[in-house]
Design a protein around this ligand. Structure first.
Ligand SMILES: NC(=O)c1ccc[n+]([C@@H]2O[C@H](COP(=O)([O-])OP(=O)(O)OC[C@H]3O[C@@H](n4cnc5c(N)ncnc54)[C@H](OP(=O)(O)O)[C@@H]3O)[C@@H](O)[C@H]2O)c1
Length: 313
């Protein structure tokens, strides 16, 4: 099979990813093997490629296949994967620490794989898992809490899904995006918008701040939180780790770093949201499998509106 492999001793740049021939993965009894139809691109792929984990290079995966959001059809299944049959069209987020999605064939564990609902197509199915599970991980505790939330980075992959989930949970959503993306974010139904290139957040206060841009320091927004408010972020820079640790020492527990992972309740809710047309994923651009590195270069500009996906034959 063909897969994009991060070679050993490479410069860990997007250009160093090679489309190479490798053996199909072995299917364990709890797994299914799919022929990949679509794979979504995520900043996580770049973080792993560049070895950025908390700036320590912890995630670097030389000799490995990146990519963790896939959809495709089943060609083989293990004996414990009995709720599926060959030919089923499925989607899943592969454990980001394992990955393997930039490949013509991928093994998925049966418990975190679902059949693609009729409401979405193959490419939407590939694009929706990781960002939705991230947003659900952050927002699940606030269902029906009637709180106000500021979502910083509302037009991106996680942000545009988080806006919809927050609204579904009954939160009052203020979204931060650029003026050029205002119309897109408005179309998500948010309650109000702050264009970051035209106005400041100023003295406005919120119960929750969900920061998916992560370029600021996390005490920057301290004055924008209501008493007992929570600041949630998705990728720590060095400054953020320092502030978070200092706050913990002061017994201030109002900061949370979200790390996406499989959660059955979250996945069931995601399926429910899709089946009831309460969630839609915006695919800004599609690439062919051969153009995967071009897609990653585009993603690396950090200007994506929704998601980028690669389609396989
Ligand atoms: N911890 C986890 O488990 C986890 C999971 C998923 C993602 N993440 C992290 O979360 C972050 C976001 O991921 P993503 O997939 O949403 O990225 P993305 O889709 O690449 O984000 C791009 C979006 O960010 C917007 N943006 C950039 N700067 C902004 C600013 N200053 N204010 C408001 N919006 C801004 C851009 O809009 P403009 O062009 O208008 O600026 C663009 O729409 C990444 O750092 C990723 O690594 C972490």
């Amino acid at each position: 099979m063909r897969a994009f492999i991060n070679p050993f001793f490479s410069k860990n740049t997007i250009e160093s990813l090679n489309l190479s021939k490798t053996r199909k993965p072995i299917v364990f009894p709890w797994q299914i093997l799919i022929k990949t139809k679509a794979v979504a691109l995520n900043p996580h792929d770049l973080n792993v490629l560049h070895g950025n984990a908390f700036s320590l290079g912890l995630l670097r995966k030389e000799g490995k296949i990146l990519g963790c959001d896939v959809s495709g059809s089943i060609i083989k299944k293990g004996i414990f994967a009995n709720k599926f049959k060959k030919g089923d069209k499925v989607f899943a987020m592969i454990n980001p620490l394992i990955a393997g999605g930039f490949s013509e064939y991928v093994c998925l564990n049966f418990w975190n794989t679902r059949k693609i609902p009729s409401q979405i197509n193959t490419k939407e199915a590939a694009a929706i898992s990781l960002v939705s599970l991230t947003a659900l991980n952050a927002l699940f505790p606030y269902q029906n809490s009637n709180k106000s939330i500021l979502i910083i980075g509302a037009s991106g992959g996680v942000g545009h899904i988080a806006c919809q989930i927050a609204l579904y949970f009954g939160l009052k959503v203020t979204a931060v995006c650029s003026e050029k993306n205002r119309k897109f974010v408005e179309s998500l139904g948010v309650n109000s918008i702050i264009s970051y290139d035209k106005e400041q957040i100023g003295k406005r206060r919120f119960d929750i701040i969900f920061d998916v841009v992560n370029t600021y320091s996390n005490n920057k927004f301290e004055d924008n939180l209501n008493p007992n408010g929570n600041y949630i972020y998705t990728y720590p820079n060095k400054n953020m780790i320092k502030t978070h640790l200092k706050n913990l020492i002061k017994l201030k527990f109002n900061q949370k770093l979200v790390l996406v992972k499989y959660n059955k309740n979250h996945l069931d809710l995601l399926l429910n949201l899709i089946e009831n047309d309460n969630l839609r994923v915006n695919i800004q651009k599609e690439f062919s499998f051969l153009e995967l590195t071009e897609g990653l270069i585009e993603l690396n500009k950090k200007r994506t509106i929704g998601k980028l996906v690669c389609l396989l034959d």
